[in-house]
Design a protein around this ligand. Structure first.
Ligand SMILES: *Cc1c(COP(=O)(O)O)cnc(C)c1O
Length: 364
């Protein structure tokens, strides 16, 4: 038998989440954000569940090229555009759309010739202050790009820093409106939080990421409240059980000391599998479908839990680290991070299996 850890990807859940996103923004084109290998789920693996989307948005040129090689024909948008002019011929030949966020990119587009002109999403910095042109630069950029022989079509976009807050969202929306006033191009504003608030945000193209994978973009509304289902379930098993006495400690540095005698379950999962090492004592885990708490430091290949409440647990008992029955957002909150980071961090040594149907309780 092999080491029992595995990541199960539920394509039925992903399809259902796409449907939730669609219903929120009638009429908009939905570009599924699949950067970072589809937030750690594996782009090739999940592609069949994205049939109802209008295209994909990602960062990595090689992944976009691989999609075209597999005869993916819908829109592919590179969210950071290009980094050097020598990428442009490939981008043009593969019919990739690009974000342009910087003057240097504009200059490169003006001074090159391409086999076919590009679809360009011009990014406006409305307050995130990472990528994008200042609102007062936008008109000049649009003028230059609309005169460039390398540009076929223009769209206007922005990205929200605080789409989960009323104040932050409205300020950025207002700046975008002001910057784009009178410019007759389609627009793209919404990430997942913006999709859920589409009535306020609007736009012609939406770019949901995290919600498609079943994690909530908001700190207070849970995925379940938003009607989202977990796509990835990270599973393992107990591979040992220890009986500890009062005052005995567990793991490196004696990170947990028992107040009374109880059993400790040892799980085949550690930070080399992508589980966060900084998850403190008390982080939730499911053993035999019951919620238990970590007890002791997460190590490279193992982690330990308090089995007091699961007397039936034994070597071979099923464990869920996150996913079906235990929202990744709950684990992330306990570990002071976000679901995004946990999903993206699942390590290459973890085998993946795909399930097509809606059975979340499947026993493996
Ligand atoms: C990652 C990303 C998104 C998706 O954000 P989520 O919060 O995962 O929905 C949308 N737009 C841009 C520009 C991004 O980089």
């Amino acid at each position: 038998m092999s080491r029992p850890i595995l990541a199960q990807v539920n394509l039925a859940a992903l399809k259902a989440n796409v449907h939730v996103a669609r219903e929120r923004c009638p009429g908009a084109q939905l570009l599924a954000v699949v950067k970072a290998n589809a937030y750690g789920h594996g782009l090739a693996r999940i592609l069949p569940a994205l049939a109802e989307t209008d295209g994909l948005a990602l960062i990595e040129l090689d992944a976009a090229v691989a999609m075209r090689e597999q005869h993916y024909v819908r829109r592919l948008l590179l969210l950071e555009g290009f980094f050097a002019a020598d990428e442009l011929p490939e981008i043009a030949n593969r019919r990739l759309a690009i974000v342009v966020h910087h003057m240097e990119q504009v200059r490169m587009l003006e001074t090159t010739t391409l086999p076919r002109p590009l679809e360009v999403f011009v990014k406006v910095n409305t307050g995130m202050n990472r990528l994008g042109f200042r609102p007062d630069e936008l008109r000049g950029v649009v003028e230059r790009l609309s005169g460039a022989t390398t540009v076929a079509a223009l769209r206007l976009m922005t990205h929200f820093a605080r789409a989960d807050e009323d104040e932050g969202l409205h300020e950025q929306l207002q700046r975008f409106e002001d910057a784009c006033k009178g410019l007759p191009y389609p627009r793209s504003l919404a990430n997942s939080a913006g999709v859920i608030r589409f009535k306020e945000v609007g736009g012609d193209y939406v770019r949901p990421g995290i919600m498609l994978y079943g994690s909530s973009p908001f700190p207070y509304d849970t995925a379940e409240m938003l009607g989202l289902q977990p796509v990835m379930t990270l599973r393992s098993e107990l591979i040992a059980v220890q009986e500890i006495k009062a005052n005995e400690s567990v793991g490196y540095g004696g990170g947990y000391t028992a107040a009374r005698a109880h059993r400790i379950g040892v799980i085949a999962c550690g930070y080399a599998d992508g589980y966060p090492r900084h998850a403190p004592n008390g982080t939730p885990v499911l053993v035999c479908g019951k919620k238990v708490r970590t007890a002791g430091r997460v190590s490279m290949d193992l982690m330990t839990v308090d089995l007091t409440d699961v007397p039936e647990a034994t070597v071979g008992s099923p464990v869920v680290l996150w996913g079906a029955g235990l929202p990744v957002d709950d684990v992330a909150a306990a570990a002071s991070t976000v679901g995004y980071e946990l999903l993206c961090a699942v390590a290459p040594r973890v085998p993946f299996v795909v399930t097509q149907f809606g059975r979340l309780d499947i026993e493996l």
